[in-house]
Each structure stands twice: as structure tokens, then as C-alpha cells.
Design a binder for this molecule. Structure first.
Ligand code: 1PR
Length: 572
């Protein structure tokens, strides 16, 4: 068993410092202070399927030491075990079996020792799942895990910040109050008379599903406490240690349900001096137009900006390595380091995009898109965003009607689940006078073209808008959904950096065409633009860059405006 002390590395030292100083500031963090003295330890069951870095970082931030399971006997030896399940059900059960963890895990839980399962770590406790065509689980909790019903018109995966309906009181959720927590999953277990004694909380999403279970010392959550900001850190701390002051019973806020997400986006690239900077374009041109040098705009350092957006209440942070299409991403160590450092202090989901595709390096060694994605997940990403490669895959799929199982989308989705695969679309509006003049699907637009054209379509591009392809954004969205993408990041080159609002026609066309969540991007200039896009389209989230970087509008202002307008939003 490997033991990781919070002061074992420079970053660990920072975390120790943060953990201890926060403990000193708050009486309810006394437990953490004890842990800083090295007396408390948590065992983490990481079977290597994805990003558990945030769980690790959260434990360290709370001032606890960390042990990692490296053999079956470490499980029974644990005092408190956290099991963050990642990936698909079949994969996870397969790894548990091959490492001979299944029986010790069952024994540990049946012995009633302190256990916290997270996401798939909760689902695996059930009898089985219909994911991957039907797989047996650990059989601790009665019931089977099934897929959300897509016929209800709700986007699936269920991604974002939703409320908890607590069925009874328990220490685990005693400090959550009406704060939302972060979910990302396509499958769920539902309450039944057989599992009623396990159900601690349920959540509504096209019906009620189990969001937390609890019995004796065994707890598990369908949501990700490690990605749920301060509410999530409180939950993990409640599991680790009894709170000193009993908290009042929960109250659910007046606006229940899945919140519309506000995402801060950081376009990252090296400037001419070679420093990695957050930049921002106008219609994808990131160089200043004034001044002879046309330098890459420098709007800040990636890790610091990500930290600022977490503190200000961003529901997610997205990093786009905008020159990733040129370089070999695993050679792009600074970007991996950005993720590692950002994930130490940012406890909301992190997405990374740019260069997610297969590569052959200078020595002829081949790396699959899955290898590249795996490295990003290990470094702290929760989702990867695929741009150019998704266009190639979608065109090929539309041409042949066949799934090869070899595309980046399919491979990553299979290994990590659809929710980990975002497809970023970079479309540009093409006006046509007559729909018959193009094979692409058109809409009649309320904003006619320069020559009075009444119709348009949105041409997908690759390499950061440098090359146009003969595929429309709606066609691409449908194709990548079929290939296994779990979410669409819908940019718009015409609107990028313009500050005059999202392209509502584009967002409506794409969000109406798919069942997966769509993130509207490009053009936000005011809080009203967020209200506009949520009121008029099926967008599940809205992303902005320039207005946040330049501090023209704060995330708080956006959320306050959404809240006043009756749009469900996470405000704490
Ligand atoms: O093709 O898989 O390597 O991915 C490249 C990724 O980099 C894609 O996600 C692509 O969108 C992004 N990208 C490439 N070039 C640029 C560029 O700006 N020159 N950025 C670029 C795209 C769009 C959003 C932006 C919103 C909001 N930027 O990230 O943040 O438009 O901006 P606003 O709120 O200021 O209007 P691959």
C-alpha cells in the first residue's frame, strides 16, 4: 500500500498548508487539524480508470493523509475507504475482478466498516447494471442500474448541478443545506421498496433516482462530492469526521432541479515569448490588431485564472489548447502541468481540449487518442473535448453509415463513458439564397445575409477555423452523438469575441437535434445574453471567455441575473 502524506511534495506542501490553515480558521475543521498531525488517514481505492486526482486533492485539502490500495489485503486493512468509481460498469467490474478486489471489497462493506462510494462506486454496490449489455455488480444493495429514458426529451447524460431530496437525516449530508451538487452520468438506480432502507437522498431528472445511499457506516453518492465545490468538501469532511456542531435539518431551495451551468473557458497557447498564456480571439484571431507586432493577447496565467473562476462560482472550467492541432499533445507538458496544478484547488469539473487524437511521434511511436486522453485524465481532467478529429470521424460515419469502434470518440467513450467525451464544434455561418443550392440542411434565418439571403447553414471547420468542411453543425452533432459523444461544446466563429450575444438560431438548431447536453458558446457580452440563450434554446450550459477575463461581467452577476429571471442556477 502506498502512503501519500500531504507534505510529501511541493504541491503536497501547499495543500498541507491550505488544509491546515483552513482548519485553524474554522472550528469545524478541527478534524482536519488532527489529521495534519498524521493521526488520520484515508484509504483510496483507485483502479486506474480515470481522474481520481480531484478526490485525492480534496482529501489532502481537508488535511488528511492518503493511503492507496495496491493489493487486496489493503482493502480490509483500511480504516476508512473511499471508492471513486470511474468509467463504464463492465470495465470497472473487470478491473476489480482481475485485481482480486471484489471479495475483499464485499467483505469490507459487509463488515460495516466506513466506506464512501462515489458515482460508479455507488452503482457497483447494486446487483447489476444494464450498461454494456448487462453486467453483475457487487450485489450489496437490491436493485439494478438502468439508463435514463431519453424519450422524455431531457438531455442524457445528466450533467450538471442538481438538488438533493433528503429522505432522512444523516451526518453525511447534514451540512449541505439546499446547495446543489454535481452529477455526470447516463445510468442510475431508482428507489424501490427493496432498497428503501438504503436510500438517503433522491434527485429528480425525468423521475426520481437515487442520489445518495447510507446504512450504518456505508455511504455512497451518485454525484461527485469532489467536484461539488464547498458543498462537496463538506460532504467528504462529514464522512471523514463527525462535525462538531450539529447542523440544522436541510431545507431545499425554492428552485429545485438541474441548474443551467455557467462555464468559464480559457483558450490557452504559448505566446511569442514561449509562455503559456490565456488568450482570447475575435472570430478566432488571437493576435492584437493594433501595434506592429500583432502579438498574441495575454489575458493571464491559466492556473491562476482557473482558481479565480472557481472562487467566483463557475460551474465548470474549460481549457482549450488552441494550437493543440499542430503539436504532439503528450509533448505538451506545460498543459498537463496546468491541469495538475489547477486540479489541486479547483473542485468543479475541468474539461481539456485541443489535440485529442492519435499521434505518431518523431521516433515513429504511435499513440492512440485513448492514450492521449488517458494522460489528460490522469493529470486532472474530467472530460476531454475533441475538435478537428471529431469532424473527420463524423464525415466518415456519414459517408459509410458504419461505426468502426476506432475513432477517438468511440474509444474514449467506451473506456471512460460518454460523459467524459465532449465534442467541440467550430462552425461558421454560410448564407444561401436558395436551400436547393446546397446539399447541407438549411434554416430560414431571422438575420438575412449581406445580400439579403434568407437561408443559412453552419459549416464545420477544423484546425481552429482554418479549414472548412462540407458538413453542417447539426449533421455533425447528430453523427458524434451516434458515435458516443456525451456533450456538445457549440462555438460560433462569427460570434466569438463579439459580445453581442450567442447565435440563438445555431444553438436552437443543434440542441433540438440531439439528446445530449449542448453548451452554448461564443458571443456573451452581458448577463442578459445568458438569460436569452436559456430562455430561447435547449442549451444546458453557457460558456464565456472574454467578458470574464476582462472583468467586464462577473460570474456572480450572471448567476444573480439568471436567478432573478427564474432560471435554475447554482449560487453557492
Ligand atoms: O481541433 O481537437 O485540436 O481542438 C482545438 C480546440 O481549440 C477546439 O475546441 C477549438 O474550438 C479551439 N480553438 C482553436 N483555435 C481557436 C481560436 O480561438 N483561434 N478557440 C480556438 C476557440 C472558442 C471558445 C471561446 C468562445 C467564447 N475558442 O473557446 O472561448 O468563443 O468566447 P467569448 O465568450 O469571448 O465570445 P482540436
Amino acid at each position: 500500500m502506498r502512503c501519500q502524506q500531504p507534505d510529501a511534495s511541493t504541491s503536497g506542501r501547499d495543500l498541507l498548508h491550505q488544509g491546515c490553515s483552513s482548519a485553524r480558521r474554522s472550528s469545524r475543521r478541527n478534524a482536519a487539524r488532527v489529521a495534519c498531525a498524521g493521526q488520520k488517514e484515508v484509504t483510496l481505492l483507485d483502479y486506474g480508470a480515470g481522474n481520481v486526482r480531484s478526490v485525492r486533492n480534496a482529501i489532502l485539502k481537508l488535511g488528511y493523509t492518503l493511503r492507496e490500495v495496491s493489493s487486496p489485503k489493503d482493502i480490509m486493512g483500511a480504516e476508512k475507504l473511499i471508492f471513486p468509481g470511474v468509467g463504464a460498469f463492465e470495465q470497472a467490474m473487470g478491473v476489480l475482478r482481475s485485481k482480486e478486489y471484489t471479495e475483499p471489497l464485499r467483505e469490507y462493506i459487509q463488515a460495516g466498516k466506513p466506506f464512501l462510494g462515489i458515482c460508479l462506486g455507488m452503482q457497483l454496490l447494486f446487483e447489476g447494471s444494464e450498461e454494456n449489455g448487462g453486467v453483475e455488480g457487487l450485489g450489496i444493495i437490491p436493485g439494478r442500474v438502468t439508463k435514463f429514458d431519453t424519450s422524455l426529451g431531457l438531455p442524457v447524460p445528466h450533467i450538471g448541478w442538481n438538488t438533493l431530496e433528503q429522505r432522512r437525516e444523516s451526518q453525511l449530508l447534514s451540512r449541505v443545506g439546499d446547495r446543489r451538487v454535481y452529477f455526470v452520468h447516463s445510468y442510475r438506480a431508482t428507489p424501490s421498496p427493496e432498497n428503501n432502507d438504503w436510500v438517503l437522498a433522491t434527485t429528480e431528472y425525468g423521475g426520481s433516482f437515487i442520489s445518495a445511499v447510507h446504512k450504518g457506516e456505508i455511504s455512497a453518492t451518485q454525484f461527485h462530492p469532489e467536484k461539488s465545490g464547498s458543498a462537496g468538501l463538506d460532504i467528504i469532511e462529514s464522512f471523514l469526521e463527525a462535525p462538531e456542531e450539529p447542523r440544522s435539518a436541510y431545507t431545499n431551495g425554492h428552485m429545485k432541479g438541474l441548474a443551467k451551468r455557467v462555464i468559464a473557458c480559457l483558450d490557452v497557447r504559448a505566446n511569442d515569448a514561449g509562455d503559456l498564456v490565456v488568450t482570447k480571439g475575435d472570430q478566432y484571431d488571437v493576435r492584437d490588431t493594433d501595434g506592429a507586432g500583432r502579438e498574441v493577447r495575454n489575458l493571464g496565467a491559466p492556473v491562476e485564472l482557473a482558481g479565480r473562476y472557481f472562487t467566483e462560482g463557475a460551474d465548470e472550467v474549460t481549457f482549450l489548447n488552441i494550437t493543440g492541432f499542430r503539436d504532439f499533445p503528450l509533448g505538451d507538458l506545460p498543459m498537463l502541468e496546468v491541469l495538475r496544478r489547477a486540479s489541486e484547488g479547483v473542485f468543479v469539473p475541468l474539461t481539456v481540449g485541443g489535440g485529442i487524437r492519435g499521434f505518431t511521434d518523431a521516433e515513429g511511436k504511435q499513440y492512440s487518442a485513448l492514450d492521449v486522453a488517458a494522460e489528460y485524465f490522469r493529470s486532472g481532467a474530467d472530460k476531454v473535448s475533441i475538435g478537428s478529429d471529431a469532424v473527420d470521424a463524423a464525415q466518415e460515419y456519414m459517408r459509410t453509415g458504419q461505426k468502426t469502434g476506432k475513432t477517438a470518440i468511440e474509444q474514449i467513450s467506451w473506456a471512460y463513458g460518454a460523459q467524459a467525451v465532449v465534442v467541440s464544434i467550430d462552425p461558421r455561418r454560410v448564407f444561401v439564397a436558395d436551400p436547393a443550392s446546397t446539399q447541407r440542411p438549411t434554416i430560414r434565418t431571422e438575420h438575412p445575409g449581406p445580400n439579403g439571403e434568407q437561408y443559412c447553414w453552419w459549416q464545420c471547420t477544423v484546425k481552429g477555423g482554418r479549414e472548412g468542411r462540407d458538413i453542417d453543425a447539426v449533421e455533425l452533432a447528430r453523427a458524434v452523438e451516434a458515435l458516443g459523444a456525451g456533450e456538445i461544446l457549440l462555438n460560433c466563429i462569427d460570434k466569438d469575441g463579439q459580445g453581442d450575444g450567442f447565435d440563438l438560431e445555431l444553438v436552437r438548431a443543434v440542441s433540438d437535434a440531439v439528446t445530449i447536453p449542448v453548451i452554448a458558446s461564443s458571443g456573451a457580452g452581458s448577463p442578459e445574453h445568458f438569460k436569452e440563450v436559456f430562455d430561447n434554446t435547449g442549451a444546458a450550459a453557457a460558456l464565456a471567455a472574454g467578458i470574464f477575463h476582462r472583468k467586464e461581467v462577473s460570474i456572480e452577476e450572471v448567476k444573480a441575473h439568471m436567478s432573478e429571471s427564474g432560471i435554475p442556477t447554482r449560487t453557492s
